[in-house]
Design a protein around this ligand. Structure first.
Ligand code: PBG
Length: 328
């Protein structure tokens, strides 16, 4: 045995391991996704144990607590009342709608908090699709691209007017980043950033989220706009387009099952890369540890470290607050 090389020497104590650790989580890595509704009571979300559908007051309090722990940003997901959901998703660009009101309240209470909004039609659309739906003669559906992009621009503008720091188009329509950039610039919102959901896969891991917002597609699936899980070259294609179209940050979603995509994007771009540990990833850890089968704290930390090690500069996770609490 030639043992001049003993890698274990660098692992022999906690202090030494801390010295040579390559990837470490910080509270400033995280974006905290928050659900909220127009009611007066905070509600537990059945499909996502430990998460709440906040009333506005609770939302502002929760975001403030997260920010105080060093989390720089939140991203907002509204639960829209059923009677406001329409085929044309008109509520999505209502300047007095739930999201603009939440943005104003959050920015008034926490001016230094980065407030990100989700731009897509699914919470507002009675069809539960991210875009407008046309029905073909045989009853099947088609998602209209360019007509949807026009609405997304109005939606992004209503968020920017309310004071959002960043808008996050999650709809996967073609050309939407460029269109939103032009619309924002034309209205003098050149400082409003765009976080593009660049490689958003048609994933079964979104199930619990759709339960939280009652936003599951009524008909069909999202495979004509969200990406096929088998593809990675296509993620690079989307990246190149988003760069050209003016995205400030690009995202891979989900995160854990797509670490190779995160790495590929990190290698291919100089923009910050975000990754979204989605509701299904959250629920798998939560439910396995609720049964006593997994050590929740340890698995959460390991899963997020893996996402960061793969190349994510920013991580969206429902665990953000509890991890920041532990790191602090
Ligand atoms: C909607 C949207 C979804 C998520 C974020 N924005 C669901 C979907 O596309 O069906 C999923 C987030 C999660 O699962 O945590 N445009």
């Amino acid at each position: 045995m030639n043992l001049f090389q003993r890698p274990r020497r660098n692992r022999k104590s906690a202090a030494l391991r801390a010295m040579v650790r390559e990837t470490e989580l910080r509270p400033s890595d995280f974006v905290y996704p928050l659900f909220f509704h127009d009611g007066t009571e905070d509600e537990a979300i059945e499909s996502m144990p430990g998460c709440q559908r906040w009333a506005l007051e609770g939302l502002v309090r929760e975001a403030g607590e997260a920010h105080a722990l060093g989390i720089p940003a939140v991203i907002l997901f509204p639960a829209i009342a059923k009677d406001r959901k329409t085929p044309g998703a008109e509520e999505s660009y209502n300047p007095e709608g739930l999201v603009p009101r939440a943005v104003r309240a959050l920015k008034a209470a926490q001016p230094s908090l980065v407030v990100i909004t989700d731009v897509a039609l699914d919470p507002y659309n009675s069809d539960g699709q991210d875009g407008l739906v046309a029905r073909k003669e045989d009853g099947s559906i088609r998602i209209l691209n360019d007509e949807t992009v026009e609405i997304l621009c109005r939606q992004a503008l209503s968020h920017a007017e309310a004071g959002a720091d960043m808008v996050g188009p999650s709809d996967m329509m073609d050309g939407r980043v460029a269109a939103i950039r032009s619309a924002l610039d034309a209205a003098s919102f050149e400082e409003t950033s765009i976080l593009s959901y660049t490689a958003k896969y048609a994933s079964a891991y979104y199930g619990p989220f759709r339960g939280a917002l009652d936003s599951a597609p009524k008909d069909g699936d999202k495979k004509t706009y969200q990406m096929d899980p088998g593809n990675i070259q296509e993620a690079i294609r989307e990246l190149l387009l988003d760069e050209e179209e003016g995205a400030d940050m690009v995202m891979v979603k989900p995160a854990g099952p797509y670490l190779d995509v995160i790495s590929a994007l990190r290698e291919a771009t100089t923009l910050p890369v975000a990754a979204y540990q989605v509701s299904g990833e959250y629920l798998m850890i939560k439910s396995a540890s609720a049964g006593g089968w997994l050590d929740e704290e340890a698995v959460v930390c390991e899963s997020l470290t893996g996402i960061k090690r793969a190349g994510a500069d920013v991580i969206l996770t429902y665990f953000a607050k509890e991890v920041a609490q532990r790191l602090g």
